[in-house]
Design a protein around this ligand. Structure first.
Ligand code: NAD
Ligand code: UDX
Length: 457
């Protein structure tokens, strides 16, 4: 195999973009190309203003752009030139046909594989960066190596970054996972990929294994994380009913070293483009392979998550005297988590829609996600307003519903906000992000998640 000189990434999204920026920074002797079918996205990257918001990204991009990182719409030439190709296209939940609503939609993946097959003139390594169902690499291998042409090795290298902390996650990953075939060529390809990561990741954190385990490990990791969130959320109703406090319960549980403290924050549930999609993908695989109880078990993680949003809205309706008609509700946060503008599967979308069904007037505010929010809710017309300034959003509101724990919201002057709200003023803290006692002392009726409400009589 020829030494790796040029590395291509197909898919310039939340994963492909930041991953290539960090790799280019850490590996100056390689040339990195990135392509995408979305020309606007490419133009934004190439201009130095990334199309996604991610803390720390722009600074590193400025160091590597046009040095050894280039964004190009010419995928065919880039494929010809590349020795190693990361495929980082989207693999959303299928919305049609067999497995609709559960299975992964692999159309983008397969189109990419066929394009690589059509253009490859020299041997290459193709790396699955996208999250895919277990045994996808087998299909890729057949598409890429049937009917002659240069030999192409297919590796699995799932990405574990989380949005908002992508740069840190890429620079200091808990592990880098590489799956490949147990053949001399396979081992050589895995070593070539491991060598790239070894520029900045300690060797002991680079894990190699067979392809199927690597593919499944990614789905399993997301399923475990999502399951922890649903598990803690499944205790919040009970806490509210009995006077227990979910934060204290989580603290006590998390101090057990076998369990650990992270991913035990109760709230309106998980959003984002990965957790629901990947758990449902796992459900589909379990069902398709004849394990209905395992499928049912994992499905409950998503069922619980959706219930948590509905319960939040039910609580708002019930506390606001069982009617929201014409009441102004300020929604604090719309991104699926802080430090990103991404709103894919954000709980805020469903919450907003349910509030509008109750005929509330919703005012959405968010430091980064308003353009996406406007797109997500375009069909709701004037039932939803968008306001960058949280003070103005809360003016004349009957209630604030906090659904994204942006740190900005902790620093607001809540006395000033309270004085301009309709009384009695309510605050529903869907992320338990604020100082509830202080808000109560200001005058708010405070309804946290999984702990007793603080209500003025
Ligand atoms: P994304 O939608 O932000 O980016 C995917 C990009 O691929 C898009 O810009 C799209 O235009 C492009 N694309 C689609 N088909 C193409 C084609 N044929 N040729 C060229 N470009 C094409 O998605 P993402 O969030 O970056 O996720 C990518 C993959 O990584 C998914 O499988 C996802 O599950 C996985 N993943 C995502 C995250 C995350 O935090 N977002 C984390 C880990 C893994
Ligand atoms: C997730 C995985 O963490 C990452 O490893 C994988 O590569 C992609 O999917 P991401 O979705 O970007 O990353 O963010 P994450 O921090 O995992 O948060 C997901 C959702 O869970 C957010 O809506 C967040 O608010 C919620 N969450 C997280 C909780 O409700 N409670 C918690 O304790 C942690």
């Amino acid at each position: 195999m020829k030494p790796i000189q040029t590395i291509l990434c197909i898919g310039a999204g939340y994963v492909g973009g930041p991953t290539m920026v960090v790799m280019a920074d850490r590996c100056p002797e390689y040339r990195f190309l990135v392509t995408d079918i979305n020309a606007d996205r490419l133009r934004a990257w190439q201009s130095g203003n990334p199309p996604i918001y991610e803390p720390g990204l722009q600074e590193i991009l400025a160091r590597v752009l046009n040095r050894n990182l280039f964004f190009t719409p010419d995928a065919d030439t880039a494929i010809e030139e590349a020795d190693l190709i990361f495929v980082s296209v989207n693999t959303p939940t299928k919305t049609f046909g067999q497995g609709a609503g559960m299975a992964a939609d692999l159309q983008y993946w397969e189109k990419t594989a066929r394009q690589i097959k059509a253009r490859a003139r020299t041997p290459k390594i193709v790396v699955e960066k996208s999250t895919v169902p277990v045994r996808t690499a087998e299909a890729m291998e057949r598409i890429l190596n049937t009917g002659g042409g240069p030999r192409i090795e297919v590796l699995s290298n799932p990405e574990f970054l989380a949005e908002g902390t992508a740069i840190r996650d890429l620079l200091e990953p808990d592990r880098v996972l590489i799956g490949g075939p147990e053949t001399p060529n396979g081992r050589e390809a895995m070593e070539a990929l491991a060598t790239i990561y070894a520029h900045w990741v300690p060797r002991e954190r680079i894990l190699t294994m067979d392809v199927w385990s690597s593919e499944l490990a990614k789905l399993a990791a997301n399923a475990f994380l999502a399951q922890r969130i649903s598990s803690i959320n499944a205790l919040t109703g009970l806490c509210e009913a009995t006077g227990a406090d979910i934060t204290r319960v989580a603290q006590a549980v998390g101090l057990d070293r076998r369990i650990g403290p992270r991913f035990l924050e109760a709230g309106v549930g998980f959003g984002g483009s990965c957790f629901q999609k990947d758990v449902l993908n796992l459900v589909y695989l379990c069902e398709a392979q004849g394990f209905p109880e395992a499928a049912h078990y994992w499905r409950q993680v998503v069922v619980m998550n959706l219930e948590q949003r509905r319960r939040f809205v039910r609580q708002i309706v019930s506390r606001l005297f069982n009617t929201l008609v014409d009441k102004r509700i300020a929604l604090f946060g719309f991104a699926f988590k802080p430090d990103t503008g991404d709103t894919r599967e954000s709980p805020a979308i469903a919450i907003c829609r349910q509030l509008v069904e109750e005929r509330a007037q919703v005012v959405v505010t968010d430091p980064q996600a308003l353009p996406n929010a406007q797109r997500d809710l375009a069909d709701l017309g004037t039932a939803v307003l968008f306001e960058p300034d949280p003070y103005r959003a809360a003016e004349g509101a009957h209630a604030i519903a906090l659904v994204t724990a942006w740190s900005e919201y902790r620093r607001l002057d809540y006395r000033r906000i309270f004085e301009r709200m309709v009384q009695p003023a309510f605050l529903f803290d869907g992320r338990n992000a604020l100082d509830h006692r202080r808000l109560f002392e200001i005058g708010f009726n405070v309804c946290p998640t999984g702990k007793a409400a603080l209500l003025h009589s």
